[in-house]
Write a protein that binds this ligand. Structure first.
Ligand code: NAD
Length: 368
């Protein structure tokens, strides 16, 4: 099949890591008989330098015309880059917010998976890690507290700030359906996280999630309060498959879950709307401290491309092949600098740069 992929290389390490993900996609194309056509889209600092804006209307149109968008990262050093002297709506990150909004990307997916070879990077005790963990955090991205009405004003002589947490049933239903669809492709369990003992928005969340669950009898549903979930993530992470939650809870829990896996360079993510379209990007930023040195870890971007194959193109076998190739490369002992073990274990592994890591993964892709 032929696919049109919008590519936002962006700033910092973005172009370096995206180059390797494209290399892997091209290898998938060769091995499985697909073709990927790339359309380069300007966003972030590079777009500011070229056009004066972090994302132009033309760039949005390019993204909309693609089947999916693969992104590196945007932004620069927030203390020294001239981009951060601009008004907030003209800074690199404004481009990403505008893109998410224009494409109606309401569902954010962040897997937290522990590779056996990287156990050492996990801050949890061995008995807690057990056989490892493999969870997917599904976070609502366009509603809730971050988008509700807000005001800061003096009331009766006292400065008062108000943020509003609002969800309607349609917003909850569409993310819940996405969560159950994803669970169906995985281990068939959804943990819906809320604060239903206190919040009205959570009680509606719970009610709608239960209605949606009736359409997925093969998927088990459990509810968990957010404070308990924060504890369970470090007490018994192996119990989770899909964690389904609203915007702010998901923001916090997904960072907690990513920390227990160890390295930011391994973490992929996807933002989806209610079509097959998605924006796929590593969870990390543009890492200006290592940009241009050829040492960034491209695996998170490569795994984001695998998510694109799975969720936008329905190419599950191809996605499996990419994930398996990454596992194989780690098993063979290749590591980028950020995932190098410390101390004596160093002798057991081979340190490689960005380009070599991309080559190694691409070479190991074959139809199973
Ligand atoms: P960062 O994620 O860029 O870097 C944090 C640390 O992680 C750094 O030490 C960096 O070297 C390391 N790191 C990140 N990705 C890595 C990789 N693939 N391989 C090896 N090491 C990696 O976070 P930051 O320094 O807070 O932000 C830098 C810039 O990135 C800022 O302008 C920020 O706004 C932007 N940012 C962009 C996105 C995005 O594009 N979605 C996300 C987060 C931050």
């Amino acid at each position: 099949m032929d696919f049109k992929v919008g590519v936002i290389s962006g700033d910092g390490i973005g172009p370096e890591i995206v180059r390797e993900a494209k290399k892997v996609l091209d290898r998938v194309g060769e091995a499985f008989g697909h073709s990927f056509a790339y359309d380069e889209i300007l966003m972030g600092g590079v777009s500011i330098d070229a056009t004066g804006e972090p994302l132009t209307d033309g760039a949005i149109a390019q993204a909309k015309a693609a089947d999916a968008v693969l992104m590196g990262s945007i932004g620069g050093n927030t203390s020294t880059s001239p981009w951060y002297k601009l008004p907030a709506n003209l800074r690199p990150e404004a481009g990403l917010l505008k893109l998410r909004k224009s494409l109606n990307l309401f569902a954010n997916l962040r897997p937290a998976y522990l590779y056996g070879e990287l156990r050492e990077a996990c801050p949890l005790r061995d008995d807690i890690i057990g056989d490892g963990f493999d969870m997917m955090i599904m976070r609502e991205l366009t509603g809730g507290l971050y988008f509700g009405e807000r005001v800061t004003e003096e009331r009766d002589g006292v400065m008062t700030a108000v943020d509003t947490l609002s969800y309607n049933e349609h917003e909850i239903r569409r993310i819940a359906k996405r969560g159950f669809d994803i669970a169906r492709k995985r281990r068939k369990k959804v943990t819906s996280v809320d604060k239903a003992n206190v919040l009205d928005s959570s009680r509606l969340w719970r009610k709608v999630v239960e209605e949606v669950a009736k359409g997925y009898p093969e998927v088990a549903l459990e509810h968990m309060l957010v404070d308990n979930c924060a504890m369970q993530l470090v007490k018994d992470p192996g119990q989770f498959d899909v964690i389904l939650t609203e915007n702010m809870f998901g923001d916090i829990l997904s960072d907690e879950a990513s920390m227990v896996t160890g390295s930011i360079g391994m973490l992929s993510s996807a933002s989806l709307n209610d079509t097959k379209f998605g924006l796929y990007e590593p969870s990390g930023g543009s890492a200006p401290d290592i940009a241009g040195k050829g040492i960034a870890n491209p695996i998170a971007t490569i795994l984001s491309a695998a998510m694109m194959l799975r969720y936008s193109f329905d190419l599950d076998r191809e996605a499996d092949a990419v994930e398996e190739a990454v596992r194989q490369v780690l098993k063979e002992g290749y590591r980028t600098a950020d995932i190098m073990p410390q101390g004596e274990d160093k002798a057991q592994v081979t340190q490689v740069g960005t380009e070599k890591m991309g080559d190694l993964v691409a070479q190991r892709i074959s139809p199973a």
